[in-house]
Design a protein around this ligand. Sequence first.
Ligand SMILES: Nc1ncnc2c1ncn2[C@@H]1O[C@H](COP(=O)(O)OP(=O)(O)OP(=O)(O)O)[C@@H](O)[C@H]1O
Ligand code: NI
Length: 307
Amino acid sequence: MPILEVENLSVTFRQYASGLKERNIRAISNLSVTLEQGEVLAVVGASGSGKSLLAHAILGILPANAETAGSIKYCGETLTAKRTQSLRGREIALVPQSVGYLDPLMRVGNQVRTAVRNGKPAEEQRKVFKRYKLKSVVEKLFPFELSGGMARRVLLSTAMVSGAKVIIADEPTPGLDPEALNEALLNLRELGDQGCAVMLITHDIDSALRIADKIAVFYAGTTVEIAPAKDFTGDGEHLRHPYSKALWGALPQNGFTPIPGSQPHSAALPPGCLFASRCEKATKECHQAQPDLRELRNGKVRCIHAT
Ligand SMILES: Nc1ncnc2c1ncn2[C@@H]1O[C@H](COP(=O)(O)OP(=O)(O)OP(=O)(O)O)[C@@H](O)[C@H]1O
Ligand code: NI
């Protein structure tokens, strides 16, 4: 049984434009993904594709004007608002994308100590700071006194000491020097090897491939492909979805081939396949209905033409 199971999740924001006109922003539609114990799943996709919103939906910290549909299960049981609240920071921990999540009025050492679940708080905090090469003076500092890279390492430390079974790391690595980046990736992989489930949200596919077992590719608020990490190789011939192939081909080492067009806006999603307007393979059928996510070659794909 997967430890975390997201099924047909949709997240819609209702916005009031001028003249009391209402518009719906469908930021996530029919998104399905599962996370197994001991697994590192990387979530990749363009900016605005819904990666952080998925993390926030799992943690139950979506803004009040968000409406959700579908289900999120933890250990086979649906996450209700109340259950999520009791699991947050204990069983499911978030490394947030923004360093603004640190409490500005609390010394960072104390912030990390309050997250410690197993062992002596001060000891555990010092151990993890040492691991991230944060000098002992850092524990006495307030968030505003930290550099961006230091603040990231403090956020990572908080999740690391939480003893959580599911770690969701939302872009944990920007601003880290190569050594700290390496340490962070190793750490996430180790957590996986120890039996945690890790979701690594990132723009950095190269880093993701170093530690991930599986990659979920997001496009315009949905999963277009879920593939074993080893399929991201060569010309992308093992990949299933045209967007995954395009994303792979757009990497510098793969020739920097850009994808013409842009991701549809979440306030005006087309009725059919969300990638159809940019897809070379698109046929009339693709524009009519959103394809289902289907099993294909040990992975999943949302494309009727994929083979
Ligand atoms: N509070 C909100 N109200 C309305 N729309 C929102 C709100 N929060 C997010 N969105 C929309 O949801 C979409 C997905 O946002 P999200 O932050 O999940 O993207 P992301 O994939 O994490 O991007 P990035 O890689 O830049 O972090 C965006 O297009 C954004 O416009
Ligand atoms: Ni994000």
